[in-house]
Design a protein around this ligand. Structure first.
Ligand SMILES: Nc1ncnc2c1ncn2[C@@H]1O[C@H](COP(=O)(O)OP(=O)(O)O)[C@@H](O)[C@H]1O
Ligand SMILES: [Mg+2]
Length: 253
């Protein structure tokens, strides 16, 4: 059975059809790449999955359970780990405290309370492990403003991991990184997946997508235009035309 089942999702913003009848599955243990040119509807799909955006039509199911009417925090507790939008780093907290706060989110609607309770030390110890998993335990006690962008992106993933999510949902985690940093970060995602973490990865860096994803779904203008093995999908003329038509095919591919 699929972990996540998306059926016939349509989203309109005024006159814009951001998504039109898009279906996709996220299977346990895979790292699924959701790709497509700018404006294709990728972020909108992620927001529908997490509950930030309500679809005009269609279903989101987690292991068969309909999620459509559940609020974001309930979806988080059901195992959706994501970093964008709702969890920005708190600048007055160290990196490890930021991770501990995210971990508390799983247990209470008032995550900051968990930081003042007796399990605080345990939470901090555990949070260092998540920072180690993404390779930034050396800056655990630094404040967000003192570390580079690449580390903040890894912090976001560490915070998502802290709730021990059934699926990790990532929106362009490699954006803004140079190729060496992007490659190192992609290696970390690959390793997490290798250890069993299911991942839905929206990403524009097609070289890394091709390297680490087990399967791809391609959106263009709100519609699904291709799906399958990365090598095959990236060779399809419809996919290449979608990128070239928008003038943003990654030249390195
Ligand atoms: N909140 C919004 N209000 C109005 N239009 C939106 C909103 N969010 C996205 N859109 C539009 O929906 C389409 C898909 O956007 P998006 O999902 O962000 O694409 P992608 O992430 O693939 O670049 C675009 O035309 C975008 O301008
Ligand atoms: Mg986007």
């Amino acid at each position: 059975m699929s972990l996540l089942e998306i059926r016939d999702i349509s989203v309109r913003f005024g006159g814009v059809h951001a998504l039109e009848q898009v279906s996709l599955n996220l299977n346990p243990g895979e790292i699924l790449g959701l790709i497509g040119p700018n404006g294709a509807g990728k972020t909108t799909m992620l927001r529908v999955i997490t509950g930030v955006v309500k679809a005009n039509h269609g279903e989101v199911k987690l292991e068969g359970e309909l999620l459509n009417n559940l609020p974001i925090h309930v979806r988080v507790r059901k195992g959706m780990g994501f970093a964008q939008q709702i969890m920005r780093p708190f600048r007055e907290m160290t990196l490890v405290e930021n991770v501990a706060l995210a971990a508390g989110f799983k247990h209470t609607q008032y995550p900051w309370l968990s930081l003042f309770r007796f399990e605080r030390n345990e939470a901090l110890r555990e949070s260092r492990k998540w920072l180690a998993k993404v390779g930034i335990e050396d800056v655990a006690d630094s404040f967000p403003e003192a570390v580079p962008l690449g580390y903040l992106k890894r912090l976001e993933v560490a915070r998502a991991l802290a709730i021990r999510p059934r699926m990790l949902l990532l929106d362009e985690p490699l954006a803004g990184l140079n190729q060496a940093e992007a490659s190192a970060f992609a290696d970390i995602l690959f390793e997490l997946n290798h250890q069993g973490q299911t991942i839905l990865l929206i990403e524009h860096n097609l070289a890394e997508v091709r390297r680490i994803c087990t399967r791809l779904v391609v959106l263009d203008n709100g519609q699904k235009i291709a799906e399958g093995y990365p090598e095959k999908v990236l060779m399809q003329s419809s996919v290449q035309e979608a990128y070239i038509g928008k003038g943003n095919l990654n030249a390195k591919n």
